[in-house]
Design a protein around this ligand. Structure first.
Ligand code: FE
Length: 174
């Protein structure tokens, strides 16, 4: 939704914004399903980009999964903030379950196995991921990684096959 800015508003800040400041980023329909915005990451797994920050090395996205079981196991080089919008998931390494409405902080250094329980048909979670997810087997051997740059490539590749075009990814980059 847009509103008209009233420059004569007595409460409006009248100073200048700093030179070199990046542009703000607003996504009004973060859960919009009408566009080709959900990028397939794997079987029954999609990611919708919200913010891809290349200078600070983090990305914000919404993960949607419509199957249960183990998704992947990863170690974090940086912190993660998560907010569960729908459904639930857990890490077998912990006794808690991330349920609808939960906020989760994942500390850098931690390794865990993202799992959707049997009784969950659809989980939707917003993740803010700093640094990299380093994918590992149960013994900790590296099997790959993801960071803001691999994600940008993945989104670009997907958008290039749609009406949105590869450069659509730039809308989310700061
Ligand atoms: Fe994690």
């Amino acid at each position: 939704m847009n509103r008209k800015v009233n420059e004569k508003d007595p409460d409006i800040y009248r100073g200048q914004q700093p030179w070199g400041m990046p542009k703000d980023l607003v996504i009004s329909k973060a859960l919009d399903e009408s566009e080709n915005i959900w990028v397939p990451l794997g079987p029954d797994t999609w990611s919708r980009p919200l913010h891809l920050n290349t200078s600070l090395g983090y990305y914000v996205h919404i993960l949607k999964v419509t199957r249960s079981g183990v998704l992947q196991r990863h170690r974090h080089s940086g912190p993660v903030h998560a907010y569960v919008i729908k459904g639930k998931w857990f890490y077998p390494e912990h006794d808690w379950v991330a349920e609808e409405g939960s906020y989760i902080f994942e500390p850098p250094g931690e390794t865990h196995t993202l799992t959707v329980p049997e009784d969950c048909q659809e989980m939707i979670t917003m993740f803010t991921v700093f640094g990299a997810l380093m994918y590992v087997d149960p013994d900790g051997n590296s099997t790959g990684y993801d960071d803001v740059f691999t994600r940008i490539e993945k989104y670009r590749e997907h958008f290039s096959k749609t009406d949105l075009g590869a450069d659509y990814v730039k809308n989310f980059m700061r």
